[in-house]
Design a protein around this ligand. Structure first.
Ligand SMILES: NC(=O)c1ccc[n+]([C@@H]2O[C@H](COP(=O)([O-])OP(=O)(O)OC[C@H]3O[C@@H](n4cnc5c(N)ncnc54)[C@H](OP(=O)(O)O)[C@@H]3O)[C@@H](O)[C@H]2O)c1
Length: 250
């Protein structure tokens, strides 16, 4: 597929549904060529790419299990071969709540797969390229604020992933590439919140008493904005959860 001149090549991991899918719609509407990474749901990713094309944008499905090294490598090699570069990498895919997930899977997907994907992508990312890490307040503030028991391994591993990515900032800076984190409260209507609501309704109800939960559209807009942000590398954008933010310097 050929892309328009000047169009950014954007890879969004885990974009077949939820926040990743909405971010894909948003960035494609702003003119980017969006590669919709999915692990299993080719049909969903294809329908989304068709929806984006029908709206006048450009996108394509890009299957890969990012927790699998060979699969992640093939994804990046394919992008390098087809486009010669990657301008924006949105690290949105996350895991650990899946039924039958191995005990070490949360760390494998939320930390190791994130840094590995960055390492694989770096040689193809030009100066000025952006990396955006998508996380939750429960993960970002892990160790500082309480986390529901069922989300603890995900929160700990996503925080470890964020720390490992932040440790790469000096190397990214040398290459003229920035890292931006977007952290959100529970996002209304997502499958994860629906799951949590079933398993632990009190935890979700407690969040709702603090403030209305942000919507998928609000969060996806913040992720899209982060891909053009001029903030210093390492900056974090917070969406929702005013009680979390009380101690965060303005
Ligand atoms: N939901 C919330 O309330 C909330 C709040 C704050 C932050 N966040 C963050 O926002 C991000 C997205 O959350 P979400 O709720 O939209 O997620 P989601 O609905 O669970 O979607 C997960 C996506 O990730 C893909 N995926 C899962 N494992 C993968 C793997 N190993 N390799 C490649 N793709 C994989 C899935 O693809 P398939 O469908 O093909 O398997 C799917 O597209 C996460 O980083 C999450 O921590 C979420």
């Amino acid at each position: 597929m050929s892309t328009a001149a000047g169009q950014r090549i954007v890879l969004i991991t885990g974009a077949s549904r939820g926040i990743g899918a909405e971010t894909a719609r948003t960035l494609a509407a702003r003119g980017d060529h969006v590669l919709i990474n999915y692990r299993e749901k080719l049909k969903r990713a294809t329908v989304l790419a068709e929806e984006i094309a029908a709206a006048g944008g450009s996108a394509a499905p890009a299957g890969a299990d990012i927790a699998d090294e060979n699969s992640a490598r093939a994804l990046i090699d394919g992008i390098a071969e087809q486009f010669g570069r990657l301008d924006v990498l949105v690290l949105n895919a996350s895991g650990g709540l899946e039924r039958n997930a191995a005990p070490d899977y949360a760390m494998a997907i939320n930390r190791d797969a994130q840094t590995r994907l960055v390492r694989l992508a770096l040689p193809h990312m030009p100066t000025g390229a952006r990396i955006v890490f998508v996380t939750s307040h429960q993960a970002h503030f892990h160790g500082r604020k309480p986390v529901p028991a069922e989300y603890e391994p995900i929160a700990a591993s996503k925080r470890a992933g964020e720390d490992a990515l932040r440790a790469m900032i000096p190397e990214l800076t040398t290459r003229g590439i920035t890292l931006h984190t977007v952290s959100g409260d529970m996002i209304d209507g997502t499958i994860i919140v629906q799951l949590l609501e079933r398993r632990n309704p009190d935890a979700v109800a407690a969040r709702r008493t603090q403030a209305a939960l942000p919507t998928v559209a609000e969060f996806a807009t913040a992720v899209a904005e982060a891909t053009v942000s001029t903030a210093e590398s390492g900056h974090t954008t917070y969406i929702g959860g005013p009680d979390y933010l009380a101690d965060v310097p303005a």
